[in-house]
Each structure stands twice: as C-alpha cells, then as structure tokens.
Design a protein around this ligand. Structure first.
Ligand code: TXA
Ligand code: MG
Length: 335
C-alpha cells in the first residue's frame, strides 16, 4: 500500500510533467497534471488513444467544481453533493482553466471526485486537477490492481501508486448535465436507479444511434485478447462445447444457476453470486480467460438492473466488432 512518502513523490512527478498511475474506487487511472498540455499529450501517446477522445479531470472536492466548469446547473450541484466522492462523472461546460487537449477539442469537460483514500491524498497533495483515463492501452481491459497497470503499461508510467484492488471494479457513470434532462453517456458504478432517485426525475440514456464522440462508447472496448461471444445463459455450455468441437480453447463465464452443467475440457470461470461482486471482478475474470489461453469466451449478459447495466454494457463492448477499435478511431461514424 502507498504511504505518505509515496504520495509526496507522486505529486512531485505530476508537478514535473510526469505520469502517475493511481488507484480509484472504480479502476486505476493514468494521471497527468490537467493544466500541463505536454503531460496530457503523453497520456494519449502512452495509451495509444486518439487525441480527439476526451479525458476525465479528477478533482479533490465538489467545492472545486466552479474552478473547472463555466457554469454549474442545479442538477449537477445536486448530483455532486449526493454522490461525490464516488463513481460518478459529470460533463459540464468547461472553464478557461481546462486546456482543449484534455477535452479532445470539446467545449465540455468531464469532472469527478474519486472515492479512494490514496487518490484523494494525491489530489490534496498535488493541489490541482489530474486528467486521467483508465490506466490501460486503448480498447483493452481496464486495470483494477497496480499489477494490471504494470503488466499493461510497464515503464511507460513514471510512478505507480498501489492502493490494492479497486472496490467498485467498473468505471464511473458518466452523466451529461449540460442539457435537460441529464443524459447517461456511460453506465457505471452509480446506478441509474440511484441517480433518478436523487434527481426525483428520469434520466435519458445516450442511444446507440447517437454519433460516437468519445471513447468507451465504441462497439469494441474493454476487450480481452480472447474473442467474446454473448448468448442466452442456458446456451452458454452448449455453445462453448460446440465451439470446442471445432478446435481451440474455449472459456465459459457461467452464472450461478448453471454451475453443475457438463463442461468437460472447457475453461469454466464462475460468475460471482452478487452483482456488486460481479462488477468488482468483471475485468479480472476477463483477464483470467486470457491467462488461461482461451481463444474465445462464451458468456451471457446479466439482467440490467442496478450495476447489471454497467456489466452488460462492458460485456457487449468486449463482444463488439474488433476492427472498430483501431487508433484514429471511427469518431462520429456511429459504428
Ligand atoms: O471510473 C472512471 O471514470 C475511470 C477512473 C480512472 O476515474 N476513468 C475512466 O476514464 O474510465 P476513460 O478515459 O477510460 O473514460 C473516460 C470517458 C471517455 O470514454 C468519455 O466517454 C468520457 O469520459 N468523457 C470525457 N470527457 C467528456 C466530455 N467532455 N464529454 C463527454 N464524455 C466525456
Ligand atoms: Mg477506459
């Protein structure tokens, strides 16, 4: 675990224009000083991420909202007060303090206060905003341990803060609060139900037909090396055995009700009983199939209530067409 001296060292690295990987409650982030254009540029290079794809600016508290947003509409204030620190990102009109390199040229900025002692200590020690995407290469599985970060990014990161495994396990929910009603751009760690309860009104969801403006919205994202195939839960074993008969190493991500089904020769990874635990483990489970040399993973989408919505979203993106993740990206292509 990171100690005070590590936090001080990490803040020094940020001030010097370096990159620091740090834990949050959702996934590990790859951070740079948000106002340092050169440092932010390096994030895009290290991740292999197209420069038009905006980053989230992490801040130390809701009281800093006005420093980074040009205006703070009432629903934004309400959601920040209710869910920060926590796995919620708010998209607002940017203030002059936010360089365009952070927002991929957009006039809006994504802001969040992470709920993790190490992240908050870093933000407090550093004093400014930290622009950070998930600390993985563009398109691949997000890291939920410091070990994942080192595996994926290695020496490209100047300093890694270790805060243990992430509690929530899926990224923050992103809500665009620039319009009425607010729109969920990406489901995540705060559920749609909790957001609607807090607002006392319903939220719209970004439709899959809306042109793609940002990463994480691409059909293939969050993807392990193995191909992912989604079927109905009762068809997982049958489909996996059929694929196995064609050759190759086949994995099955099996929900609790299907545990004792015949699965000879398959790499079976059980789905955790609770949705909270499933969200916490989803990326680790996908990585496990890669570690065990699977060519394909057969899985099913969980029910979309609560955190199930975010898990289903990540599984669908992991199963999306692979060609669509090439750098340079199909920005605005709608694919
Ligand atoms: O939980 C999280 O959100 C993690 C941790 C590290 O905080 N971060 C994360 O960052 O998932 P990243 O870069 O992998 O995803 C950030 C997403 C982008 O995919 C994009 O959809 C959205 O934030 N985003 C950023 N700026 C935006 C903007 N101005 N308008 C709309 N969406 C924006
Ligand atoms: Mg990401």
């Amino acid at each position: 675990m990171s100690k005070a001296a590590d936090i001080e060292q990490a803040a020094r690295v940020l001030r010097a224009g370096g990159l620091v990987a740090f834990p949050t409650e959702t996934v590990y982030g790859l951070g740079a000083a948000a106002e340092d254009v050169g440092a932010v540029d390096r994030i895009f290079t290290v991740k292999g991420r197209p420069s038009t794809h905006p980053l989230i600016v992490h801040i130390g508290g809701a009281d800093q909202l006005g420093d980074w947003a040009a205006e703070v509409p009432r629903p934004a204030r309400l959601l920040a007060e209710r869910f920060w620190p926590g796995p919620l990102t708010l998209v607002l009109r940017r203030s002059g303090r936010v360089p365009l390199v952070v927002t991929g040229g957009l006039e809006t900025v994504a802001l969040r206060v992470p709920s993790h002692a190490v992240a908050l200590a870093l933000l407090s020690e550093f004093g400014g905003g930290v622009a950070a995407p998930s600390a993985n290469r563009f398109g691949s599985v997000s890291p939920t341990t410091a070990h994942h970060v080192r595996e994926d990014l290695g020496a490209a990161v100047d300093f890694v803060l270790d805060g243990g495994p992430c509690e929530v396990g899926v990224e923050s929910t992103i809500v665009d609060v620039t319009g009425e009603p607010p729109t969920i751009l990406r489901p995540g760690g705060v559920t749609r139900e909790d957001l609607e309860h807090a607002l006392g009104s319903s939220l719209s969801m970004r439709s899959s037909r809306t042109p793609i403006r940002v990463p994480g919205q691409h059909p293939s994202h969050y993807a392990p090396r193995a191909r992912v195939l989604l079927v109905e839960a009762e068809e997982i074993v049958g489909e996996a055995l059929r694929l196995q008969a064609q050759g190759g190493r086949v994995g099955a991500l099996l929900p609790p009700a299907y545990r004792c089904a015949a699965s000879a020769g398959l790499v079976v990874v059980p789905v955790p009983e609770s949705t909270v635990e499933y969200a916490r483990k989803i990326y680790e489970l996908l990585r496990e199939f890669d570690r065990r040399g699977c060519d394909v993973i057969v899985a099913s989408s969980p029910p979309r209530g609560g955190l199930g919505l975010a898990i289903a979203d990540r599984l669908h993106r992991a199963a999306g067409p692979r060609g669509s993740v090439s750098a340079g990206g199909p920005e605005g292509s709608g694919r």
